[in-house]
Design a protein around this ligand. Structure first.
Ligand code: NA7
Length: 538
C-alpha cells in the first residue's frame, strides 16, 4: 500500500477511505488505523469538527452534557481535557476535536478542503474510486461515510436570494470572521434549535430584529453552568461508569426516563416534577420525565400544558405569546430546542415576530424580502433554515454502486439500509451516522456503528472476503423494524426533518431509529453473532 504523498494529482490506494472528519469520522479513522488498515479521511472543511466546524454562529452549543458527548475510549483524552461548561459552546468543541486529532496523531491522515465530487464502485477492481472537487483520486477497498445527520444545509425556495445585496448567512455555513449585528436591521428566518440559539445574540446588538417563524417550537431553558474543578475530577473518576450509563439509556444521554407514569402521582407532584426539570440543565424535560410522556396522550398533554403556561408567563404580549406556542405538535414530537433568554427577546422593543403561516416569503429583493403582505428592507438576512437531514449529505455526493446506480435513485422513495450500515447494490460502502440508525446523543450512537464496521472489515480481512453487500430483503426487514420503532409514539405524526417534511416534495419516510441505543446495539450484535445476517460476502 502506498499512502498519499501530498500531491493532489496522485492516485492514492488505500484499504479504507472515511468521508468526514467530524466527531464520528475521527473515531472511525482512529479505530481502523488501530486495526492496521491503511486509511485516510477526506474532509470538505478546512479543519476538523464537522458540525462544530461549520456551525460557528454565535450561541451555537451542545444540548448533550459536554462530557457525555466527548470521546470515552481514550485515557489520554480523559486525563488531559477538561470541559469548562455543562454544555460547551462551538469554539470549545472545535478546540476539543482539534486537541483529540493531534493527541491521537491523526492529523497526517486527514485531507482538508477535500470535498468528494464522486464515488464510484468498480466491479472489476472491487474498489471505490473517489474523486474530490480538486481532482484528487483515491482507490479504496472500503468507503465509509461519516458525513453527519444534519450537514446538508437547506435554503428557502423563494427566489431572489442571489440578488439580495446586504449581508446574508446560513447558520450552518457561518464565516470564521466575526459578524457584527450592531446597529443593523437583521432578519432571522427559522426558529429551530439554530434560530433559537442565535436570536438572543442578534437581539442584543441589532437596531431591529425581525424573526420569521414558520413553525413554533417547544423550547425549555438550557440552564447552562460552569463545571467546577471538583466536578471535573468526579467526572474523570467515573468516566467508564458514565460511558456505560450513556450506552444504557434510550438516547445515549446521562438521563433516563423515570419509572413512574405521569398519572401515577398527584397533580401537585406532577407539576412539581415538571418545574424541577424546567430548572435543571439540559434536555431533562424530555429525557428524565415520566416514562410515558411520549407514549400516553394524557401524559403528553400534561407536559405540553406546563410548557405552554411557561411561554405565556415569559412573553408579555399575549398575542405574541400565542404565536410562539406550537399549534401543530405537542412536546416531545420533535427534538426540542434548548434556550437561554429566547422568549424574553420578544419583550424587547426592537424585536418583531412575523408568522410565515400568515404571510409566507414570496421572494428576496435586492434590499430585503417580500412576504405576501409587505416588502421589508434589511441590512442582514440570517437563514437558520436547517438541513436536509440524514440522506441529504449522502445523496448530494455522487455515490454510484453496482451498475452505476446512484444512491439517490436507490433511496428515491426513502432510505433503504440494513441496520443503517449498508445499502443493497453498494458493495463495501458503509454508512456511519446516516439514516435508519440510532440517534440522540450522536457520538454515543455512532461509536457503536464505527466499532461494528471495524469488526466487519477485520472479519473480512481475516476470512479473505473482498466484497460485502446487503440484499433488498434485508433492507425490507430493517425498514419494517425502523417503522415499528416509531409506531405508537408521539413522534409518529410529526412534521419534522426526521420525516423529511421540511423539504418540499420529499417523500415522507422515517429517517431515524426510535428504538433507542441499547435495542439498536442488541439487534446489530444479534445479526453479527448469527453469521453476519443480512450481509452477503463475496
Ligand atoms: P431545524 O430544526 O430544521 O430548524 C429550521 C427552521 O427553519 C425551522 O423553524 C423551519 O421551519 C425553518 N425553515 C426551514 N425552511 C424554511 C423556509 N423555506 N422558510 C421559512 N422557514 C423555514 O434546523 P436547526 O438548524 O435549527 O436545528 C437542527 C437540529 O440541530 C436540531 O433539531 C437539534 O437536534 C440540533 P419548519 O419547522 O420546517 O416549519
Amino acid at each position: 500500500m502506498n499512502e498519499h504523498n501530498g500531491s493532489p494529482a496522485a492516485e492514492v490506494e488505500l484499504d479504507a477511505l472515511v468521508v468526514g472528519a467530524g466527531i464520528t469520522g475521527i473515531y472511525q479513522l482512529y479505530r481502523l488505523r488501530e486495526h492496521g488498515f491503511t486509511v485516510k479521511a477526506l474532509e470538505a472543511g478546512g479543519g476538523v469538527g464537522g458540525t462544530w466546524y461549520w456551525n460557528r454562529y454565535p450561541g451555537c452549543r451542545f444540548d448533550s452534557e459536554s462530557y457525555s458527548y466527548g470521546y470515552f475510549f481514550s485515557p489520554e483524552l480523559r486525563d488531559e481535557w477538561t470541559w469548562s461548561e455543562e454544555f460547551a459552546g462551538q469554539p470549545e468543541t472545535e478546540r476539543y476535536l482539534n486537541f483529540a486529532v493531534d493527541r491521537l496523531g491523526l492529523r497526517p491522515y486527514i485531507e482538508f478542503d477535500a470535498r468528494v465530487a464522486s464515488a464510484e464502485f468498480s466491479e472489476e477492481q472491487s474498489r471505490w474510486l473517489v474523486t474530490t472537487t480538486a481532482g484528487a483520486v483515491y482507490r479504496a477497498r472500503f468507503l465509509i461515510t461519516a458525513v453527519g445527520l444534519l450537514s446538508a444545509p437547506v435554503f428557502p425556495a423563494a427566489p431572489g436570494l442571489e440578488e439580495y445585496r446586504g449581508e446574508s448567512y446560513h447558520t450552518a455555513l457561518w464565516p470564521a470572521a466575526p459578524v457584527d449585528f450592531k446597529g443593523k436591521r437583521v432578519a432571522v428566518v427559522g426558529t429551530g434549535s439554530s434560530g433559537v440559539q442565535i436570536i438572543p445574540f442578534v437581539a442584543r446588538d441589532a437596531s431591529e430584529l425581525t424573526v420569521f417563524q414558520r413553525t413554533a417550537n417547544w423550547c425549555t431553558p438550557i440552564n447552562n453552568r460552569p463545571i467546577s474543578s471538583e466536578k471535573a475530577e468526579r467526572i474523570r473518576a467515573r468516566f467508564d461508569e458514565l460511558h456505560e450509563l450513556c450506552l444504557s439509556t434510550p438516547a445515549g444521554f446521562i438521563h433516563r426516563p423515570r419509572d413512574l407514569a405521569a398519572f401515577e402521582v398527584s397533580d401537585a407532584d406532577r407539576t412539581a416534577w415538571f418545574q424541577r426539570l424546567y430548572d435543571e440543565p439540559g434536555l431533562t424535560m424530555v429525557m428524565n420525565n415520566f416514562r410515558d410522556i411520549t407514549t400516553d396522550a394524557a401524559a403528553n398533554a400534561a407536559v405540553t400544558d406546563f410548557i405552554r403556561a411557561k411561554i405565556r408567563e415569559r412573553v408579555q404580549d399575549p398575542a405574541v405569546a400565542e404565536m410562539l406556542i406550537p399549534d401543530d405538535h405537542t412536546y416531545g414530537m420533535k427534538r426540542p430546542p434548548l434556550e437561554n433568554g429566547y422568549y424574553e427577546v420578544f419583550n424587547q422593543d426592537n424585536v418583531e415576530l412575523v408568522s410565515l403561516r400568515e404571510e409566507p416569503i414570496e421572494r428576496f429583493t435586492p434590499t430585503g424580502l417580500a412576504t405576501t403582505r409587505r416588502e421589508m428592507d434589511f441590512d442582514m438576512i440570517v437563514l437558520a433554515t436547517g438541513f436536509e437531514a440524514a440522506t441529504g449529505s449522502l445523496t448530494r455526493m455522487d455515490i454510484r454502486g453496482s451498475g452505476g446506480r446512484e444512491l439517490g435513485d436507490h433511496w428515491e422513495a426513502g432510505p433503504r439500509t440494513h441496520l443503517g450500515l449498508q445499502a443493497a447494490g453498494f458493495p463495501n460502502l458503509f454508512i456511519v451516522g446516516g439514516p435508519q440508525s440510532t440517534t440522540g446523543n450522536i457520538p454515543r450512537a455512532t461509536e457503536i456503528q464505527a466499532d461494528l464496521v471495524t469488526r466487519l472489515l477485520t472479519f473480512m480481512t481475516e476470512q479473505g472476503h473482498s466484497v460485502v453487500t446487503t440484499s433488498r430483503e434485508a433492507e425490507d426487514t430493517w425498514i419494517d423494524i425502523v417503522a415499528d420503532s416509531v409506531r405508537g409514539t408521539v413522534l409518529e405524526n410529526a412534521r419534522s426533518w426526521a420525516f423529511g417534511s421540511n423539504i418540499d416534495g420529499k417523500k415522507r419516510a422515517y429517517l431515524l431509529w426510535s428504538g433507542g441505543i441499547p435495542a439498536y446495539r442488541e439487534r446489530c450484535e444479534e445479526a453479527f453473532a448469527d453469521g453476519f445476517r443480512g450481509f452477503v460476502f463475496g
